[in-house]
Design a protein around this ligand. Structure first.
Ligand code: ATR
Length: 271
């Protein structure tokens, strides 16, 4: 029987996941389809039950359900537990709902696809302390990047995150801006610069060292003000398309056992 997959979120219309997964299904001759489902927070529990009873084989979870869905799942893996966020669910053969998080690993894979594996002693600055920052920080640590330094508008949130991540520390935004030349890898995870959200930059990268890598997880627009300024200051820049495609590829692999062609997908979305 034809399998089907979904992405649930609120809003969901803007999601590029259906087009991406449908392209991969057809490239790999898999008879399956992937649909967007608009699920509001009050309908989350019934939506999860319905997806299962209607025979959905797996789904992605996006804003604002990544943490809220956890109580409705049967099992989640360790990294999703640490991050308190799930972005991918697989319905196992016995009906078990298994959740995991591919966001952080997706980021690290896109980083390494673009720049190769970096030295394990690269000093990393993570700007932001929300769900995305947490996922990326755990994945970077797992891949032996570090030491990690956090900075955030609300410094207490960065402190809380850094308490959970051994060997990391927190500095105020002003200090991060003044000392930005000390970092080889800077990861911008806040919503500042996103279309329809806030314009501007979380901090200025003007004092960046030449050749530092600067990643912004935003992909709409393709180039945030922060990335443009980092490029002008001599940084090697990467937008959020790679992370988006790789988190999807890891979900696709969980569902089908096949790691799809990410390079072609990144090229087609970027142009
Ligand atoms: P996500 O799950 O996508 O990371 P989130 O958990 O809502 O989303 O986190 C959003 C991040 O963007 C936070 O680090 C937030 O900073 P605060 O902790 O101070 O709220 C950051 N952010 C959002 N709007 C911001 C703004 N105008 N200036 C600076 N940082 C901002």
């Amino acid at each position: 029987m034809k399998k089907w997959y979904a992405v649930i979120g609120d809003p969901i219309r803007q999601s590029m996941s259906p087009a991406m997964h449908d392209a991969w299904f057809s490239e790999n001759n898999i008879d399956a389809s992937y649909i967007p489902v608009h699920v509001t927070p009050e309908n989350l529990e019934s939506a999860v039950k319905s997806l299962k009873s209607l025979g959905c084989s797996g789904w992605n979870v996006t804003v604002p359900h990544k943490s809220a869905i956890i109580p409705f799942l049967d099992k989640i893996n360790d990294s999703a537990k640490k991050m308190n966020a799930v972005n991918t669910v697989k319905v196992l053969d016995d009906g078990t709902l298994f959740g995991m998080n591919t966001d952080g690993r997706g980021f690290v894979q896109s980083l390494e696809e673009m720049f190769g594996k970096r030295k394990s002693d690269s000093a990393v600055l993570v700007i932001g302390a929300g769900g995305a920052a947490s996922g990326i920080a755990y994945a970077l640590k797992e891949a032996c990047y570090g030491p990690l330094t956090f900075t955030n508008r609300t410094i207490e949130k960065a402190h809380r995150l850094s308490e959970d991540i051994e060997g990391s520390r927190t500095i105020p935004i002003g200090q991060a801006e003044a000392e930005i030349s000390k970092f080889n890898l800077i990861v911008q995870t806040t919503t500042v610069g996103m279309n329809h959200a806030q314009s501007g930059m979380p901090l200025s990268p003007a004092l960046l060292s030449d050749g530092s890598i600067v990643a912004d997880i935003i992909y709409n627009p393709l180039q945030t003000e922060f990335l443009k300024a980092a490029k002008e200051s001599g940084g090697l820049t990467m937008n959020g398309i790679g992370m988006f495609v790789h988190q999807g590829a890891l979900a696709f692999e969980l569902w089908t056992g096949i790691y799809p062609d990410t390079e072609k997908m990144i090229r087609s979305i970027s142009t």
